[in-house]
Design a binder for this molecule. Structure first.
Ligand SMILES: Nc1nc2c(c(=O)[nH]1)N[C@H]1C(S)=C(S)[C@@H](COP(=O)(O)O)O[C@H]1N2
Ligand SMILES: [Mo]
Length: 208
């Protein structure tokens, strides 16, 4: 990997409404922890790409992409927050540069092992703080925290950042991901407490 480059500290290390501070780093996810098999692992960008092609990286190739770090908080919708971790990896902006979306792309679906998925508005995905992390606080991720790769989108609830992420689908219309189909808010902004889909307002997401 190249020289680490710092993107600076997160703008607000504070608690969104209704959240409490969590000490330590609990493990939270649905389903089993997948086993990492490097020879079978690939990262795919597909759907409405600018050139119409699917783009794939092996684990080794992904590790050659430019490495950056950010300091960011994680807010779980079940009301605990972890503040101020340093995440290292490949920013979503870098990925968008290497594999640009078609002009009419408005949303992305981020795909992980076992079919877990989460949808994001393109603008949220392209936010400066969003990072495909391989490291936390200088150490490689552990298996239960998403090794070899997880997405971190600090300005949204943490379910919007799949662990064990394997690809991104560029979409020209919005579609709900795993938790968004199961009662969680389509946008998921913790500063506006967008926890559940019944709170959605017109324009926040596709019809339920
Ligand atoms: N693949 C996958 N990623 C996931 C989840 C999941 O169920 N599956 N849960 C999310 C939720 S709800 C949270 S709070 C964070 C927790 O990350 P942590 O276990 O590293 O604290 O992972 C997110 N990423
Ligand atoms: Mo969560």
């Amino acid at each position: 990997m190249g020289q680490p480059e710092s993107r600076g500290v997160s703008e607000r290390s504070e608690l969104p409404p209704g959240q409490r501070l969590q000490r330590g780093w609990p493990v939270t996810h649905y389903g089993p922890v997948p086993k990492f098999r490097p020879e079978r692992w690939e990262f795919r960008v597909f759907g409405a790409t600018a050139d119409g092609d699917k783009h794939c990286w092996t684990h080794e190739e992904f590790g050659d992409l430019p490495y950056e770090t950010i300091v960011a908080d994680l807010h779980c919708v079940t009301k605990f927050s972890m503040l101020g971790a340093e995440w290292g990896g490949v920013s979503s902006r870098t990925l968008l540069e290497f594999s640009p979306p078609a002009p009419d792309v408005t949303h992305v679906m981020v795909w992980a092992e076992y079919g877990f998925s989460s949808n994001l508005r393109l603008a949220d995905f392209a936010s400066e703080q969003a990072i495909f992390a391989t490291h936390r606080d200088g150490e490689p991720l552990t298996a239960e925290h998403g090794f070899p790769l997880r997405l971190v989108v600090p300005h949204l609830y943490a379910w919007k950042g799949p662990k064990w992420v394997r690809g991104v689908e560029y979409m020209t219309a919005d579609r709900r991901g795993f938790w968004e189909e199961r009662g969680y808010h389509n946008v998921g902004d913790p500063w506006r407490e967008q926890r559940y889909s019944y709170q959605e307002e017109p324009g926040d997401g596709p019809e339920l």
